[in-house]
Design a protein around this ligand. Structure first.
Ligand SMILES: NC(=O)c1ccc[n+]([C@@H]2O[C@H](COP(=O)([O-])OP(=O)(O)OC[C@H]3O[C@@H](n4cnc5c(N)ncnc54)[C@H](OP(=O)(O)O)[C@@H]3O)[C@@H](O)[C@H]2O)c1
Length: 335
């Protein structure tokens, strides 16, 4: 077999991540040992969490300099020494930034094909499932509620906002720049959008949420979370999904003003979660996502970067807000 390629972390970033922190290497094709499978990578998911993994241990161990960059992949089995898989099967797993990867069979998840295959990572992927679990199990929007979603033009946020709309809520999205804000209102049909780069957040939330906020789905933390806290209604729910404003730095800022004071005086419920906390919701999530896509209530947005060599710049761009919808790298061909 021919050679394989992989992208390693040359040096961990001390502050902002750049493509220079990575290096591309050509290596011998890996071999599948006993109980292992060899796969070609079709798509590599790019996630803000990739940068958070460089800050230290999270829900996984920290990434070290010199390692192949970790990442979630969709692959096709080429060789199998595991009874559950045969060549041609599609699998998901932590294959890393590689053209080909070897996993223990027990660490790979079989996945059914979708048309197109990229929908496995976008429409039905981790970010959509995260939006589903966080919005419905914690946010619990009701008809007439005001729901605010940050990073609303991104993979998780765009789905969370549309699920809240499908629940009958009035939905306000926060995103960076006029292009994204126009997309939120004109394409997704949200009720209002806030450009956090151009607007004063406190004033913009007052203007777009005249009746206060009942649910805040927080993807970003920092000053956006602080502004939302001051606008929350009594008994409101804050869904802590992620903290992307604090990932691409060597010096994350401390938590916002208002915690715990406003949690007490407004009787707020503020809860963090990981999508894997909700395995029992995943089958229903697949069914509901499919039916919303069919009815037109959920628009799937993908942002595909071509070629493994462009993954570093793709991640840097994701953290800078280049993407609308789910960013991923097309590594192989769908065939
Ligand atoms: N809890 C879980 O299980 C789970 C699972 C998956 C993802 N997440 C979290 O969900 C959030 C969104 O992830 P995603 O994969 O869907 O990525 P994404 O939203 O598609 O992409 C990240 C977006 O973050 C925004 N951003 C970057 N820096 C920012 C800043 N300083 N302040 C505000 N916004 C900023 C950018 O949009 P703008 O142009 O609008 O700035 C960018 O497009 C992340 O916090 C991630 O960690 C959580």
């Amino acid at each position: 077999m021919s050679d394989a390629t992989e992208i390693r972390i040359r040096e961990l970033p001390k502050d902002k991540l750049s493509a220079d922190h990575f290096e591309l290497a050509t290596v011998a094709m890996p071999e599948a040992g006993p109980e292992h499978i060899l796969c070609e990578t079709l798509y590599l998911s790019l996630d803000p969490a990739n940068r958070a993994w460089m800050q230290g241990a999270t829900y996984r161990s920290a990434i070290e300099g010199g390692q192949v960059m970790a990442g979630y992949t969709l692959g096709r089995v080429l060789e199998s020494n595991h009874p559950n898989f045969e060549p041609g099967d599609l699998v998901e797993g932590d294959g890393g930034w590689r053209s080909h990867f070897v996993l223990k069979g027990k660490h790979a998840s079989p996945v059914a094909p979708r048309d197109p295959l990229s929908h496995i990572l976008s429409a039905y992927g981790i970010t959509s499932k995260t939006a589903y679990a966080g919005m419905l199990a914690i946010g619990k929007p009701k008809a007439g509620d005001t729901v605010v979603v940050s990073a609303a033009a991104g993979a998780t946020g765009s789905v969370a906002a549309q699920i809240a709309k499908a629940s009958g809520a009035r939905v306000v999205g926060i995103a960076g720049g006029e292009r994204k804000c126009a997309w939120l209102t004109d394409t997704l049909g949200l009720d209002a959008a806030i450009d956090y780069r151009g607007d004063n957040l406190f004033e913009a939330m007052k203007r777009t949420c005249p009746d206060g906020i009942d649910v805040y789905f927080d993807n970003v933390g920092g000053s956006t979370l602080e502004a939302a806290l001051f606008r929350m209604n009594r008994l409101g729910r804050i869904v802590c999904c992620g903290v992307v404003s604090q990932y691409d730095t060597g010096n994350p800022s401390p938590g916002p003003r208002g915690v715990p004071g406003l949690l007490v005086t407004k009787s707020l419920h503020m809860q963090g979660f990981l999508v894997m906390d909700y395995p029992e919701l995943m089958d229903k999530a697949d069914d509901d996502l499919a039916s919303w896509i069919k009815s037109g209530q959920l628009k799937v947005a993908e942002d595909i970067v071509e070629g493994l060599a462009n993954a570093p710049q793709g991640l840097v761009g994701l953290l800078a807000g280049e993407n609308i919808g789910k960013r991923m790298v097309r590594v192989g061909t769908e065939k």
